[in-house]
Design a protein around this ligand. Structure first.
Ligand SMILES: [Zn+2]
Length: 336
């Protein structure tokens, strides 16, 4: 039979069956839902005995009008002596549907469905996308359909780009959205707490303070940004992000270095703050600046580059040389 069972969200039979299997192995074996799946979907059979080639007339989304259970009411099904477990193959006779003639007026949409050609092939499980297209199931397609769609933010390419380091990008993403648990937030929950930034010991830490009005991070930023060709970067992360967001994404080496350095700065400053609070470890501004620079140099070594003045300048500024489309450590130097 040429027939496609289409799954939308988690409404398809296969998905139900898989979920039931998971639930039945979990702690909710007695839940009403698990019982319902056992009775209605599995019908007392082992999950391994459930065949996909028999599409349910009423519950599977095999037609252009969706699940027929939502179209035809139970009383009419009962009076027409059409059972709940009727298969699609059973409602086609002599190349036409077996619906009663009086249903033409009551359920005209049933008669708008094209009659399927029955063959001996097995049914195929497909994915019905939000845009109405039908294709083979892929997790990536399901994710795109199920996720909440929001417009792109202007700063996404400053954080997410091919050469980005995921853990750095993640922390920067949290910072941009004001999601880190900083002391100013803690004080709102615990007003009697006496807190001070562990980096400068001057005031309560906050996103604005840590990146980079804090004397500690400001000193590091002042040292690190000398190695950026990009002149005129403000001493404030929010303004830096606004500025970089205005530049179109490109593979220009300095565009990449700017992004790598900013994400690394944010990551290591946040790490240092947490080390001091939770591990009692302390690194000086100079030490942290060295760690950030070391990281950036290692990162640059992994890049494939094309020969250009910009690349030569970058190699010189970061004390690397470049040969055969790769950055290399300059002679006599060590990164360790
Ligand atoms: Zn501070």
């Amino acid at each position: 039979m040429i027939l496609k069972k289409c799954l939308k969200g988690s409404c398809g039979a296969k998905v139900y069956v898989k979920k039931a299997k998971l639930k039945l192995h979990g702690t909710q074996e007695d839940s009403l839902w698990a019982k319902w799946v056992n009775v209605v979907k599995l019908k007392g059979k082992s999950i391994w005995q459930v065949q996909m080639e028999n599409s349910d007339t009423w519950f599977d989304k095999w037609s252009s009008i969706g699940s027929l259970d939502r179209v035809v009411n139970r009383r009419d099904k009962y009076q027409a002596r059409l059972s709940d477990d009727l298969k699609v193959a059973q409602i086609i006779q002599n190349n036409s549907w077996i619906w009663h003639d009086e249903w033409k007026i009551k359920y005209p949409s049933l008669f708008s469905i094209n009659v399927h050609v029955l063959q001996d092939n097995e049914d195929d499980v497909c994915w019905l996308s939000n845009d109405g297209s039908i294709s083979r199931y892929q997790t990536s397609k399901a994710w795109v359909n199920l996720r909440e769609n929001k417009p792109k933010v202007s700063w996404y390419h400053v954080i997410w780009f091919k050469q980005a380091t995921p853990k750095h990008a993640f922390v920067l993403w949290l910072v941009i959205q004001n999601r880190l648990v900083t002391q100013d937030k803690l004080q709102k929950w615990y007003p009697n707490l006496q807190l001070k930034c562990v980096l400068c010991d001057l005031e309560v830490d906050s996103h604005k303070h840590l990146f980079y009005s804090c004397a500690y991070s400001s000193a590091i930023w002042g040292m690190v940004n000398r190695k950026l060709l990009f002149k005129g970067l403000p001493n404030d992360l929010q303004r830096i992000m606004v500025m970089l967001s205005g530049y179109p994404y490109s593979k220009n080496i300095w565009n990449v270095i700017n992004r790598i350095v900013i994400a690394a700065m944010v990551y290591y400053v946040w790490q240092e703050r947490n080390y001091r609070i939770f591990k009692g470890r302390k690194r000086s501004e100079l030490e942290l600046k060295g760690i950030i620079e070391q990281f950036v140099r290692f990162k640059l070594l992994t890049l494939k580059v094309k020969g250009s003045q910009a690349v030569e300048k970058a190699a010189k500024m970061w004390e690397l040389s470049w040969v055969n489309l790769k950055f290399q450590v300059s002679n006599g130097q060590s990164l360790l």
